[in-house]
Design a protein around this ligand. Structure first.
Ligand SMILES: Nc1ncnc2c1ncn2[C@@H]1O[C@H](COP(=O)(O)OP(=O)(O)OP(=O)(O)O)[C@@H](O)[C@H]1O
Length: 266
């Protein structure tokens, strides 16, 4: 494929996620604090967006308001063209369960269930009927194989490593076949070898066609994305575009991002 054709394909790819003039003000503080504002963003289907910025710049808030975890106080957030801001609470819960995957810094699992049962829980909850439940279980098992944790499926939550738990968290999200996978500092609590494990898993998910939005402080993680945006004081002030991920370019991409972040004052 030529460069021009690739660019054309990218611009014509359908949008998975979009927001227009998105704003979030917390009224629980006195005075109310406007944490993000004026955010215009579109992520194409199959895109991998990394969100960076200083601590407190509004990255997690943006992610919560794009994913339906929270409601914006201004503007609109659209998932697969559907305006999340117009949905009632029940519809929103359904969207969160079936269309959105969430991976957090600290994976939260039920200690009373083993790893496999935790992974399957939301997908089985979303399934209607035995056939869909069997399909969901097969999907979960396939994901555990793919991400190298099938052998710890029967282990308790406290009997696996942090990297395995984060891969389990990714499997749990993907078992529901979300349209977008949102990850908030997915490697923030991991050492460097576990960080690589988890980023390899996310890179693999992306290569398989998934759309990912990830908040990260780590340039090595952001280098896996095809686009990186920078938030300052709740506003989107700059962005950087990369081509498809290529392991050989990892160092160059990370260096490029470190220089860019310094220019942004980080
Ligand atoms: N529920 C809330 N109520 C009031 N203020 C909040 C709430 N959640 C976040 N904030 C404030 O909003 C600002 C942005 O927080 P947010 O967590 O989005 O930033 P962040 O860029 O993700 O930070 P970090 O990198 O430290 O995680 C912070 O000042 C935070 O204290």
């Amino acid at each position: 494929m030529t460069g021009a054709t690739t660019a054309q394909a990218v611009t014509q790819a359908p949008t998975a996620l979009e927001c227009r003039d998105l704003a979030k003000t917390y009224y629980s503080t006195d005075p109310p604090s406007e944490v993000v504002s004026g955010i215009d963003l579109a992520v194409r289907r199959g895109g991998f967006l990394a969100v960076m910025g200083a601590s407190g710049s509004g990255k997690s808030t943006l992610l919560y308001n794009l994913s339906g975890m929270d409601r914006p106080t201004g503007g609109r957030a659209l998932l697969e063209g559907r305006d999340l801001t117009s949905l009632g609470d029940r519809e929103m819960s359904r969207v969160r369960l079936t269309r959105v995957g969430l991976v957090f810094q600290q994976a939260s699992f039920l200690r009373t269930l083993n790893v496999r049962d935790n992974i399957l829980l939301p997908a089985l909850k979303a399934a209607s009927g035995k056939r869909q439940a069997a399909e969901a279980a097969a999907r979960g098992d396939g994901l555990m194989e793919r991400f190298g944790i099938a052998h710890v499926g029967r282990h308790g939550i406290t009997q696996v490593s942090g990297g395995q738990l984060q891969r389990a968290s990714i499997c749990r999200s993907l078992a529901c076949e979300p349209s977008v996978l949102f990850a908030d500092e997915p490697t923030g609590a991991l050492n460097s070898s576990m960080t690589k494990e988890v980023m390899d898993a996310l890179t693999d998910v992306h290569a398989g066609g998934a759309t990912i939005v990830m908040v990260t402080h780590d340039p090595a993680c952001a280098a896996r994305a095809d686009r990186v945006v920078f938030l300052r004081d709740g506003r989107l002030v700059d962005s950087r575009e990369f081509g498809a991920w290529n392991e050989e370019e990892a160092g160059r991409r990370e260096d490029d991002l470190i220089t860019w972040l310094r220019e942004q004052g980080l």
